[in-house]
Design a binder for this molecule. Sequence first.
Ligand code: SAM
Length: 244
Amino acid sequence: MASSSDPTHDTVAADAAYDAMAAEYAAEGEENAYNALYERPATIALLPPVAGRDVLDAGCGSGPLSAWLVAHGARVTGFDTSPRMVELARARGLPGAAFSVGDLGAPLTQFADDSFDAIVASLVLHYLHDWVAPLRELRRVLRPGGALVCSTHHPASDVELSTTGDYFATELLHDRWEKGGTTFDVRFWRRPLSAMLASIAEAGWRVDRLEEPQPLPACRERDPEAWARLTTKPAFLFFRLVPA
Ligand SMILES: C[S@@+](CC[C@H](N)C(=O)[O-])C[C@H]1O[C@@H](n2cnc3c(N)ncnc32)[C@H](O)[C@@H]1O
């Protein structure tokens, strides 16, 4: 993994940040507006049928999506750079699911070609500077007829954090997240939509669906602040990709 002091490296040292906030992130993510009422439902809505299928959860975190997948009949393999996150995913005791430490920014040598019927990469791609090599690897391990569903920070929303204010730049951004009363430093890459689409095409994928969804209606009452924000400013962007 890259050193957190080396912003030129392709991968941000997200494992260190996520290791530090694993328990807080996992607990909040089960119920909060951004994950439970917005990101996860939108990702799930883009998935192909998963019952009886082999599904890869790349950047699985503590496994909330893996839990949904297993509950809906999938055989799940998940990996994440954060050992703490992987521990939390394993602690769920999901039948038939296997979790390991792994880096989407490196070749996925642990997986043979054509290993999975579907792949989900939820909120992980923005930790990678280069998208082409990881997307090629995901393409390699996907079986014919499969699909990759991924979500990422929305480039228009993240431009608010940019120090250059240049929408067209691909740049490393810094943010501070409050989780469980503690503040954590996080860093991720922002790039324009055109750069995302260019990498997707170069890696051999075609965009089947692109979504800028609304949160679930329950968000209005449970978190009016998040509702006001998410219904007027997209936080994340969602793709369903199929081999070109
Ligand atoms: C925002 S969390 C999302 C976790 C999970 N997908 C979910 O929806 O709850 C991002 C996750 O990506 C992981 N991650 C960051 N960079 C990664 C990389 N290069 N390879 C694999 N996982 C990575 C982090 O450790 C963290 O668990």
